[in-house]
Design a protein around this ligand. Structure first.
Ligand code: GDP
Ligand code: MG
Length: 439
């Protein structure tokens, strides 16, 4: 997706202004890119129309290239299409909040149930899960295991009890125990059918939920539009959760949900671990779809590990291209602490899916980098230019860290590349320059 969009924009680079004529081709590419990303055709049509109208109508801002302007408009419209801003979960003003999860089989409802508890516990809320998927005993066991994992009680009854009854009893129990949030896990089918909808309606009626969240697999693609529409009409949803965004999905589902239902995506799942649930940021998703990579999510991940002010400082530094070896080191350490280098690498633009061998390689690289950075003087860490300018300094770092001069040079070059890349990605489209290392 990103390459074809880049191609669309580069065509505009030499133009002076955006006209009906010169946006035809980039818009055709954008259209194709969105279709490739599995966005449903009507949504794509409306999108392309809106962007074209906007683009031709807007006067060029002085100093902004036409391609940048088109990028800006496409980006803004994508963000708008996905709801504009983060849409928080709603909690009932008093007493116990009920969240009902719905969705097809295998989309990740049960996993989301536990992830939500993990997420809500971090917000200081007490939780309880209700096992209202009674068709497979394994489903109840699965929830019980996950409950143990996140330290949250699971309310369950026999498989012969009606799901609506279980949900009702579960809620009663939760109210008695003054639990803040009850999450009801329900059964899904492979396809939409009347029995599932009827059951969901019955459960909904029994517990009067604050949130009815449709769990959608990001891989669903085009069909997400029909799916969301049906669930919304049949049972009435308050929002959606998009799962498996860590996979090969191309994001099309994210574009359709809001457009067809008017309901926001509230959270996204990015993996199988309990911590892999995050708020849905339309601007970041747009950036990701536009091939700018998910730098902000990267910074946020690091933030969880680093101190808050450190992360803000880092963001500021990236913006002003002062990102130095101290930041580099902090980040590498944070990454190591995060445990999963693969996920982070996936977020760094220009790097696609990684294999386990590549992950091991990356982890080894981190250790090597760290030893070289440790051998630098504080001044050198703050001013990487010193190392770029002085072969003697690079040699000293190499000797002290037991690495080769070539490795040190590579690391220095990498820092400058990262600076430029991050600066570009954060919207300063002009970018800086990468100094050649002096010999
Ligand atoms: P349910 O049938 O809707 O309850 O789906 P489950 O919660 O049982 O999940 C089905 C499978 O998808 C399980 O193997 C989960 O580990 C996996 N899964 C759920 N969410 C995610 C996600 O965000 N990313 C990935 N990669 N796998 C997920
Ligand atoms: Mg399940």
């Amino acid at each position: 997706l990103s390459t074809s969009l880049e191609a669309a924009w580069s065509k505009l680079r030499g133009e002076e202004i955006l006209t009906k004529e010169n946006i035809v081709e980039p818009m055709r590419d954008i259209r194709r890119a969105l279709l490739e990303a599995d966005v449903s055709l009507p949504v794509v049509r409306r999108f392309v129309q809106t962007v074209s109208d906007q683009a031709v109508g807007t006067g060029l801002i002085r100093g902004v290239r036409p391609d940048q302007q088109l990028v800006k408009i496409v980006n803004e419209e994508l963000v708008k299409l996905m709801g504009g801003e983060v849409s928080d979960l709603v909690f009932s003003k008093s007493g116990t909040t009920v969240i009902l999860l719905a969705g097809l089989q295998g989309v990740g409802k049960t996993t989301v149930c536990a992830k939500l508890c993990f997420y809500l516990k971090k917000l200081g809320k007490s939780c309880m899960m209700v096992a209202a998927d009674v068709y497979r005993p394994a489903a109840i066991d699965q929830l019980t295991i996950l409950g143990d994992q996140v330290g949250v009680p699971v309310y369950k009854e026999g498989t012969e009890v009606r799901p609506s009854q279980i949900a009702k009893n579960g809620l009663e129990e939760a109210r008695k125990k003054k639990v803040d949030v009850v999450i009801v896990d329900t059964a899904g089918r492979l396809q939409i059918d009347k029995a599932m909808m009827d059951e969901l309606k019955e459960v909904k009626q029994a517990v009067n939920p604050t949130e009815v969240l449709l769990v959608v697999d990001a891989m669903t693609g085009q069909e997400a539009a029909a799916l969301v529409t049906t669930f919304n009409i049949e049972i009435g949803i308050t929002g959606a959760i998009l799962t498996k965004l860590d996979g090969d999905s191309r994001g099309g589902a994210a574009l359709s949900v809001r457009e067809v239902s008017g309901k926001p995506i509230k959270l996204v799942g990015r993996g199988e671990r309990m911590e892999d649930l995050e708020p849905f940021y339309p601007d970041r998703m747009a950036g990701r779809i536009l091939g700018m990579g998910d730098v902000l999510t990267f910074v946020e991940k690091a933030q969880e590990v680093m101190k808050q002010e450190d992360a803000q400082e880092l963001q500021k530094k990236i913006m002003s291209a002062k990102f130095d070896f101290n930041d580099f080191l902090k980040q590498t350490r944070a990454v190591a602490q995060m445990g999963s280098v693969s996920r982070v690498l996936g977020m760094i633009p220009g790097m696609g899916k990684v294999t386990p061998a590549q992950i091991r390689e990356a982890e080894k690289n981190l250790i090597v980098m760290e030893s070289m950075i440790n051998a630098m003087t504080p001044e050198e860490r703050e001013k990487p230019e010193l190392l770029a300018e002085s072969p003697a300094r690079r040699k000293r770092v190499a000797t002290e860290s037991g690495k080769t001069v070539q490795q040190v040079s590579q690391l220095v070059a990498q820092l400058f590349q990262m600076r430029v890349r991050m600066k570009n990605l954060l919207g300063v489209m002009e970018g800086g320059s990468i100094p050649a290392l002096k010999n």
